[in-house]
Design a protein around this ligand. Structure first.
Ligand code: 0XW
Ligand code: MG
Length: 368
C-alpha cells in the first residue's frame, strides 16, 4: 500500500457559549488543521492538530501548516503501514515540529486500523474498558461562577474537575480553590491549572494557604527549572503539562522526581506513537496521566479516547475533550461526545470517525 494523495484542510472550530479563558489567553474560536491521507488501496486516514492559539504553548496553527507543507511532498509513495519509514521521511526533511508530525502519525494509525479491521485501541494493546472518564475544565472566572459550574458538572457525573487559575490576584485563585473544594463530594478529584502563569513565590504561597485542600498543582510556573525549584517547598503534587514537549523531557521529569503526574497533550508529544511510550513509562513509574489535547474536533478526540482506554485505570486521570465547547461534530453519527462525564470508546475500525469532509471546505494544500 502506498500514500497516493495528501489533503490538508483548515477549519475554524466555532466555540459554543462563552469564550474560553485561561491565565494567558482568551479564545473565541480554534484554528484546526486536518490531514487526510489517501492510499492507493482506497483506504483513507485522518489526523488533526489544533493548538489553542499562539500563546498557550509555542506550537501554533500556522506553524503546523508550514511544517506540513515542508513534509507533504516527501510522504507521497511511502507505505503508510511502515510507520518507521514515514517518521524517517518526516525527520529527514524537518527537524522538530512534533505537533504537525502528530497529525500524520494519527492518520497512519487510522489507516492501519482500517487495513487490519481493528480499532486503534486494539492495536495499542487493547482497551481495558469501553467507557472512560473525562474531566471538566472550568475557565478563569469569578468564585461564584466557578462554584456554580463545579456543582453542575459534579452533578452531571464528571469524576474530576480542573480549575483554571492565574492571570489575576493570588487571593482570587486561593478563594476559588477553597470554595470549589468545599462543595465537592468525596471522590471527586481537583486540579488547579495555572498554565505556566504563577511565579515560584505565588505557587509556594498558594500551596501553603491551601494546605488543607486536596488538589494537584498543574503546570504552576513557566519553565522546567522554576517548577523544579518548587519541590519540597509546596505541599501539593506537581503535574507537568506544557513543559512536556517531547519524550526526553518526560523521562527527565520522572527521573528528577519533579512530576507526580502529567497532563499530556497527544499532538504536542508527537502523536499516538509517542503517547504509547509515555503510557508505558507512566505505568512502570506509577505516574498518573491524562490523555488530552489542547483543542481539536472528533479526530483528535478519538485519538485521546483510544489511548485513554488503554491506560491502567488507577493511573488514568481522564481525557479532556473540546467536545462540550465545539458547536458541531465532524462525524454526525459516530462523533465523540461526553455523557455524564464519561466517554464511550468508538466502535469502528481505525479511529472510528467518518468525517463529513465537506464541512472543512476545499483543501488548503494538496500533494500527490
Ligand atoms: C484544559 N486543557 C486540556 C484544554 C486547554 O487547551 C488547556 C488544557 C490544559 O490542561 O492546559
Ligand atoms: Mg494543563
Amino acid at each position: 500500500m502506498k500514500i497516493a494523495q495528501i489533503n490538508i484542510y483548515q477549519y475554524d472550530t466555532p466555540i459554543k457559549g462563552k469564550p474560553y479563558r485561561m491565565s494567558n489567553t482568551v479564545m473565541h474560536h480554534f484554528d484546526s488543521t486536518i490531514v487526510e491521507i489517501i492510499t492507493d488501496k482506497q483506504i483513507t486516514g485522518y489526523g488533526e492538530t489544533c493548538p489553542v492559539g499562539p500563546v498557550y504553548q509555542p506550537q501554533h496553527a500556522m506553524g503546523a501548516r508550514a511544517a506540513l507543507k515542508e513534509m507533504g511532498p516527501h510522504l507521497i509513495g511511502q507505505n503508510p503501514l511502515a510507520f518507521r519509514n514515514v517518521y524517517r521521511a518526516m525527520d529527514h526533511c524537518l527537524n522538530g515540529h512534533n505537533y504537525a508530525k502528530a497529525a500524520v502519525d494519527m492518520a497512519l494509525w487510522d489507516i492501519c486500523g482500517k487495513f487490519y479491521g481493528a480499532r486503534v485501541c486494539d492495536l495499542l494493546g487493547g482497551a481495558v474498558r469501553e467507557t472512560i472518564p473525562s474531566y471538566y475544565s472550568i475557565g478563569v472566572c469569578p468564585v461564584d461562577e466557578a462554584v456554580d459550574i463545579a456543582k453542575e458538572k459534579q452533578k452531571e457525573g464528571y469524576p474530576r474537575l480542573q480549575l483554571k487559575v492565574g492571570g489575576r490576584s493570588l487571593e482570587e485563585d486561593i478563594a476559588v480553590i477553597r470554595k470549589v473544594s468545599e462543595i465537592l463530594e468525596p471522590g471527586i478529584r481537583l486540579a488547579a491549572d495555572a498554565n505556566r502563569s504563577w511565579t515560584t513565590r505565588d505557587a509556594v504561597l498558594l500551596s501553603s494557604a491551601c494546605r488543607k485542600t486536596a488538589f494537584v498543582m498543574e503546570q504552576p510556573c513557566n519553565t522546567y527549572e522554576e517548577n523544579m525549584s518548587l519541590k519540597g517547598r509546596v505541599c501539593h503534587p506537581i503535574y507537568l503539562d506544557e513543559n512536556t514537549e517531547n519524550l526526553g523531557i518526560v523521562l527527565k521529569a520522572v527521573s528528577d522526581h519533579l512530576a507526580d503526574g502529567f497532563g499530556f497533550k497527544v499532538t504536542r508529544l508527537g502523536g499516538i506513537s509517542a503517547m504509547l511510550t509515555v503510557r508505558e513509562v507512566c505505568r512502570e513509574m506509577k505516574k498518573p496521566m491524562t490523555c488530552d489535547d489542547a483543542w481539536g474536533g472528533d479526530i483528535v478526540a478519538a485519538a485521546c479516547v483510544h489511548l485513554g482506554a488503554t491506560v491502567e485505570p488507577g493511573l488514568f486521570e481522564g481525557a479532556w475533550l473540546a467536545a462540550p465547547y465545539n458547536a458541531k461534530n465532524y462525524d454526525p453519527e459516530n462523533g465523540i461526545n461526553i455523557v455524564n462525564g464519561h466517554i464511550e470508546v468508538p466502535k469502528g475500525p481505525g479511529l472510528g470517525i467518518l468525517p463529513d469532509t465537506t464541512m472543512w471546505g476545499k483543501p488548503v494544500m494538496a500533494f500527490n
